[in-house]
Design a protein around this ligand. Structure first.
Ligand SMILES: Cc1ncc(COP(=O)(O)O)c(C=O)c1O
Length: 422
């Protein structure tokens, strides 16, 4: 992209992660699908040593001359995921009809892999193309009346906000919003739970929240919120910046529905995602399904898709599983803490809480006297790739992960500090 175009996009908040400013009854594990014959890929993947972070990093074709703190925005793929996509593309190209027939089993394999990675049963996972599609499925599929209320917050991304606008248009239900914290850096579990619960009225039927706010990096206490809500109120979550960045099984969160892309912190194939449903009962599908025999299939939008990406999601989960969810999350959180500690007490302001109990991988920073878009460009010139948050109040945002390392975090600390002329 020409620098001028890139500059214009960033100025508008549209680049580098600011993509837009703007009762389960099939819970049994599916039978293993026949493994398709692999076709050779042009570059052999370097062998993965899951205990060696340099080896993990080498599985990504990312430019190693840059420190990639914005990779979580849209998966750069791993070599194994790209190899799986190539393999499935070859199968679709060689005998499309047979590949599509095999595809039903391959989708079940993806659901089984999701359940192995994130808990629950395979039948609790509907397959989507993105977090946004999943939120549309959740909020578009709820039956509400004009007497009902949805309780949401002032911190959510446009995908939740606009889904709720459409829900209001469709059903006449009202949306109320509460602010969970005034100062993100000092947000606490108790304050967030109390403020949310104070917004519940006898008419509240649904609570719509986001697990980790991409505006501030604050992680909301989903479990504690679930426990504090009255019986019968559905808790729905945009989970995208918590999924694969927080070490928890989805059923343990206590929510009813969670939508997440699998093309951010999981580093699965681009254009993939899941909706996890504790129980599909409250939802009616809004897009006709091609596999309506099971509830999870019914909630999976039909139509032909870029199936090579969808089927390769099983390989994305397998990659994470080979390292281990807790190790991956530990690596992310350790670096996020190092970054926040390094910037604490300097001339920049860390917006994200230092406490890992109310944060995850996202670290937002306010650089006094410098618009975030300019900070992004200046850092890029120093080999540090970051992004600006796509919200009315925008911050510089870094996402340490398995594609970065502590040395790069230290370099980022120095570079961010030097943005402020003292
Ligand atoms: C909180 C949040 N939800 C959803 C999205 C969109 O995710 P997807 O591209 O998977 O729809 C983003 C950013 O891209 C986000 O920050």
């Amino acid at each position: 992209m020409p620098q001028s175009t890139r500059r214009a996009l960033i100025g508008a908040g549209l680049a580098g992660g600011a993509a837009l400013v703007v009762g389960c009854d099939d819970a049994t594990e599916p039978e293993a699908a026949p493994t398709p014959t692999p076709t050779p890929t042009s570059s052999a993947p370097p062998e993965l040593d899951p205990a060696d972070w340099a080896s993990v990093r080498a599985q990504f074709p990312l430019d190693t001359s840059m420190a990639q703190f914005a990779a979580f925005v849209l998966s750069p793929h791993t070599v194994p995921v790209d190899a799986a996509i190539d393999r499935y593309r070859s199968l679709l190209g060689a005998d499309t009809e047979q590949a599509l027939l095999d595809g039903y089993d391959l989708e079940d394999k993806v659901r089984a892999a999701a359940a192995q990675f994130a808990g629950g049963a395979a039948g609790q996972y509907a397959l989507t193309d993105s977090t946004t599609m999943g939120l549309g499925i959740i909020y578009g599929g709820l039956a509400l009346t004009p007497r009902d209320e949805v309780l949401s917050t002032t911190h959510d991304f446009v995908s939740t906000e606009d889904s709720l606008r459409l829900l209001t248009l469709r059903t006449g239900a009202k949306v109320r919003r509460v602010t969970l914290y005034d100062d993100p850096a000092s947000a606490t579990v108790d304050e967030m739970v109390d403020r949310l619960v104070a917004g519940v009225t006898p008419r509240t039927r649904v609570v719509a929240i986001t697990w980790v706010h991409s505006s501030t990096g604050v992680r909301t206490p989903v479990r504690e919120i679930a426990d504090a809500l009255p019986d019968g109120v559905l808790l729905c979550v945009d989970g995208v910046h918590g999924f694969a960045a927080v070490d928890v099984d989805l059923p343990d969160l206590g929510c009813d529905f969670l939508s997440t892309g699998t093309h951010k912190w999981l580093f699965g194939p681009r254009g993939t995602g899941i909706v996890w449903g504790a129980n599909w009962g409250p939802l009616t599908e809004i897009i006709p399904s091609f596999s309506p025999q099971s509830p999870a299939g019914r909630m999976t939008p039909g139509g032909y898709h870029s199936f090579e990406h969808r089927w390769a999601l099983a390989d994305g989960f397998a990659f994470q599983q080979s390292i281990g969810r807790s190790a991956v999350v530990g690596r992310t959180v350790e670096q996020a803490s190092r970054l926040k500690e390094g910037l604490a007490g300097t001339a920049v302001t860390v917006i994200t809480p230092a406490d890992p109990a109310v944060s995850a991988g996202i670290v937002c920073v306010d650089v006094p006297g410098m618009p975030p878009a300019n900070a992004v460009l200046t850092l890029r010139e120093q080999g540090i790739v970051t992004s600006a948050t796509p919200y009315a109040t925008s911050y510089l945002r870094l996402g340490p992960s398995i594609v970065t390392n502590p040395d790069e975090v230290d370099a980022a600390v120095e570079a961010v500090r030097s943005l402020v002329q003292v």
